[in-house]
Design a protein around this ligand. Sequence first.
Ligand SMILES: Nc1nc2c(ncn2[C@@H]2O[C@H](COP(=O)(O)OP(=O)(O)OP(=O)(O)O)[C@@H](O)[C@H]2O)c(=O)[nH]1
Ligand SMILES: [Mg+2]
Length: 306
Amino acid sequence: MTTETTHSEGGGDGVRAVNLNASADREACVEREIGPRSLDPRISIVIPAKNEARNLPQLFAMLPIKNCEVILVDGASTDDTVSEALRLRPDVNVINQTRTGKGNALACGFAAASGDFIVMIDADGSNDPSEIPRFVDALRGGADFAKGSRFLAGGGSHDISRFRRVGNFWLNKIVNLLYGTRYTDLCYGYNAFRRECLPVMALDPGNPHELNDATMLWGDGFEVETLINVRIAKAGLRVSEVPSFEAVRNFGTSNLNAFSDGMRVLHTIRAERHRSVTPASIEATSKGSTAKTYWPSFAPLDEEVS
Ligand SMILES: Nc1nc2c(ncn2[C@@H]2O[C@H](COP(=O)(O)OP(=O)(O)OP(=O)(O)O)[C@@H](O)[C@H]2O)c(=O)[nH]1
Ligand SMILES: [Mg+2]
């Protein structure tokens, strides 16, 4: 499952050429990529962003326009992230986070989201918004949680370092062994889910009146993806993995420290074992037709996209 492939969508060498500034182009692109499938249900796109002003034009040019809300969660950026987001998309909902870290940003974004389906996507240009329909299709097909994977046929990465790849591989293996899951890409942040998953995730958005508190709770950092994956699996919700391609971030530097954040992931894996399944999880599971996590296999991207 560690075979790396790249896809040629829009590029041919695995790197998309995206520079759609004119709104007509953007409309056309959105019609092509999202089409009428996005009309129902309503989608919330949650974007954690910390000093990503220079990366936003490419991302925003590719976001769907119709029937979706965009929530950008600012991490006390010192660049023009907020003004740039508002310039590019006046209807964007920019919110501040309550504490520190990507996990806290996502918790705040999810709490503000009103859509039926919620998509979490990075701001740095490494996630391709034209893959959103793929995630939406998986949810429409019955999944509760559509998990992006760089290690499925049709996925890939130009960004992951050897160290991170090895770390991700072993952390992924530990989770699969301990929780009986079949995840292929534990530490990847491009996912989508039905809003019914929110009580199962049980993330703490904190108090909006105490913005940018410097404290960091468990789940507030990059371990949030692992925490979500484990809680979803423990609740027996239906997981569908979706191939995804990760490009190199366009501008700026990473906020992730592979070692210390890897340790936080490890701690999360251990701590979640002793956490009981919440009543909300049981309720969410009982609403599903089959309380069973399922792991369909996917066709290579070439076969999916005409
Ligand atoms: N609001 C907010 N966003 C954050 C924070 N930390 C990271 N992010 C965002 O989360 C996303 C992922 O963070 P990255 O720094 O790209 O981490 P990464 O993808 O592991 O690192 P690269 O491989 O270098 O891209 C980006 O959109 C960041 O701007 C934070 O503390 N607050
Ligand atoms: Mg990144």
